[in-house]
Design a protein around this ligand. Sequence first.
Ligand SMILES: [Zn+2]
Length: 133
Amino acid sequence: MAGTVPAPGDTLEPLRRHLRDPSYGFDVGPGWRRLVLECHQALVAEFPDYELLAVKQKFGSLAFQAFPRPWKPGGDWTDAEHSRLRVVTSAFSSRSKRICERCGAEGSLRESRRIHLVLCDHCETLVPEHGRP
Ligand SMILES: [Zn+2]
């Protein structure tokens, strides 16, 4: 705590045991890692064994792709559970649209690059045309 920024590799460590593919690399910039961790914590509170497929940036917002439980043929959850999970993840997706993916400051959608990114004014000047935050 104390305002220090944790090492990027460590922040998302608690999510690892939920991954379907343990070798998966989280594909979001450093500014979103705390948001991703909060999303994970909100999910764990309701779905302790949720299965995580991917965490990435899609059309400028956070895509947190998960199932309520490890997938089985025919599913292993109710429609209500699946909708509830989507309500939680889409709330974080909405929040990501105002958070700079590079530094975590207040940001907005920038459409000048081939991929859309949410950045603050400062980071907008630092991320190159083909860059990632
Ligand atoms: Zn920034």
